[in-house]
Design a protein around this ligand. Structure first.
Ligand code: PGA
Length: 250
């Protein structure tokens, strides 16, 4: 079997119904030129989950949410549970994105609860971690990221039940990326940590890189050791750029 890398589009708070032709266009292109090296997932806002399901139905593309509540149901006005996303046909759930950690005060403890909720609902959580620029400048990037990982992975989670996305905060939406060496060092450190944490086959946990992935840097980033895929923000909104990133995998 061909080893597939996971390419996930995080649309964030972007997308209206009339812009869904971009996803339809992506589906058409992928059908015309299937790439056996890529597993593609899109994470649209909650309002577009059903429209997404209709467009990707019958294709290899899967979809997921961008955040969920830790509880399955209840008095939580404005929140959506992992079970509700699963009920729509979603199969992935981004949790702990730095925009949630920063703007919504989500601690690793909260992220851990959300990741556990996603697993409970049968979804694959994509647990996001990453350092700020100050932390990197202070030489503490690996320490802080490993700390976030240890705090965010649910107790007892198995290697095939979650993914990790390493997203340096300073690289998100800025056009800047760490050097290939820095990405490799971080992903190797994460892999090593998981191998002590999860003796049950840790090597299978997909480790994604995220932060300003674009068609020009995707091939280089995706070929770094222990980079099993990419979490793509801005460049996932247009079929052109997302398709080009997918096809960086050859
Ligand atoms: P970006 O966002 O690709 O626009 O930098 C990535 C992310 O935040 O997931």
């Amino acid at each position: 079997m061909t080893a597939q890398k996971l390419i996930v589009g995080n649309w964030k708070m972007n997308g209206l119904q009339e812009q869904m032709h971009e996803l339809a266009d992506l589906v058409r292109r992928m059908a015309a030129a299937p790439n056996p090296f890529a597993k593609v997932v899109v994470c649209p806002p909650a309002t577009l989950q059903i429209a997404t399901r209709e467009i990707v139905s019958g294709t290899t593309i899967e979809f997921g949410g961008q955040d969920c509540h830790a509880a399955a149901f209840g008095a939580h006005t404005g929140d959506i549970s992992a079970e509700m996303f699963a009920n729509l046909g979603a199969s992935y759930m981004i949790v702990g994105h730095s925009e949630r950690r920063t703007h919504h005060g989500e601690t690793s403890e909260i992220v851990q609860e959300k990741a556990a909720a996603a697993i409970r609902a049968g979804l694959l959580p994509i647990i996001c971690v990453g350092e700020t620029e100050d932390i990197r400048d202070a030489g503490l990037a690996v320490t802080v990221v490993i700390d976030q990982i240890l705090g965010s992975i649910p107790q007892g989670a198995k290697a095939n039940e979650f993914c990790i996305a390493y997203e340096p905060v300073w690289a998100i939406g800025t056009g800047r990326t760490p050097s290939i060496e820095d990405v490799a060092a971080m992903h190797d450190a994460v892999r090593n940590t998981l191998s002590t944490l999860l003796p049950d086959g840790n090597a299978t946990v997909p480790l994604l890189y995220g932060g300003s992935v674009n068609p020009s840097n995707a091939a280089a980033l995706l070929s770094v050791s222990n980079v099993d895929g990419a979490l793509v923000g801005g460049a996932s909104l247009k079929a052109d750029s997302f398709f080009a990133i997918i096809n960086a995998l050859q």
